[in-house]
Write a protein that binds this ligand. Structure first.
Ligand SMILES: Nc1ncnc2c1ncn2[C@@H]1O[C@H](COP(=O)(O)OP(=O)(O)O)[C@@H](O)[C@H]1O
Ligand SMILES: [Mg+2]
Length: 262
């Protein structure tokens, strides 16, 4: 199963949710791959450590799609660009700043299906793929939405994010119609939920009433997340008994049997 975690708004928890779900998947024994498509590389530093400079990145993969060295019909093996992480069964296709400089070229040469093709090529090696996206609907996030079977949408309970949510669902629908009929919106993940505060609850209740697919497993706001980023340890490893680890596990379980099928 391939999942993309997307919201064009920054700071809603895409990278945090990607890495924590992927870590749970890997810890359960599934061969799990994280694809980092954000030039900021937050998922990469979360799983590899802040100072890590992997030899190969997703930028090198996209660069190679622009080359003619391969000759016709030779596809690119994605595995050469993938790094191991310190965690069993968890690998990553990391990103760095260089990714940004490629975007115009990739777009003008219609490379939007290359990620999907490359992931198809390594499908037998992975049971679960989680794709982290940049905070924009651009070449990279479109590539991810075209490559994925399911889309998870983190939502930060901010009233201003609501309008963006409707736009986002329309954009996803357009991608479903034009490029990827398989793509399903798996649900909206309420993140940074403060159960004691009135506004988030009102916002979430209204979204429910409007019929949006809000997942029932909320992720609370907690400073533990920042610590987890700093230590480059997903919560299941850093603090397995913490409330948030339980919430991520509940979210993962909710995603259900689909997580086990590649
Ligand atoms: N549940 C949470 N509780 C507290 N802080 C959070 C939570 N989720 C994310 N954050 C913080 O919010 C910021 C943005 O999260 P991030 O996952 O990088 O979002 P995105 O990838 O959507 O930009 C980070 O500093 C992160 O530590
Ligand atoms: Mg991010």
């Amino acid at each position: 199963m391939r999942r993309v975690i997307f919201n064009q708004k920054g700071g809603v928890g895409k990278s945090t949710i990607t890495c924590n779900l992927a870590a749970i998947s890997a810890a359960s024994g599934l061969r799990t791959l994280v694809v980092d498509l954000d030039p900021q590389g937050n998922a990469s530093s979360y799983l590899l450590g802040a100072g890590a400079e992997p030899d190969q990145t997703v930028g090198d993969f996209f660069s190679s799609t622009l080359g003619f060295r391969l000759g016709p019909r030779k596809s690119i093996n994605l595995r050469q660009f993938i790094s191991r992480t310190p965690f069993d069964h968890l690998q990553i296709l990391p990103a760095n700043r260089e990714l940004e400089t490629l975007q115009g070229k990739l777009e003008s040469r219609y490379k939007i299906y290359k990620l999907r093709e490359a992931l198809d090529g390594v499908a037998e090696h992975y049971d679960a793929v989680f794709i982290d996206t940049p905070p924009a609907l651009n070449f990279f996030s479109r590539s991810a939405l075209i490559a994925a079977d399911r889309c998870l949408i983190p939502f930060d309970c901010d009233d201003f994010s609501r309008q963006a949510l409707y736009e986002l669902l329309e954009q996803i629908q357009e991608i479903q119609e034009d490029h990827n009929g398989q793509l399903q919106v798996e649900g909206i993940i309420v993140n940074q939920f403060q159960s004691g505060a009135k506004l988030p609850r009102t916002v979430v209740d209204e979204l429910h009433q409007e019929g949006l697919p809000i997942l029932p497993t909320y992720i609370s706001a907690s400073v533990k997340i920042r610590e987890s980023h700093q230590q480059a340890q997903p919560l299941i490893h850093m603090a397995p008994r913490h409330k948030l680890s339980g919430e991520f596990q509940a979210l993962y379980d909710r995603l259900g049997e689909g997580a086990a099928a590649a």
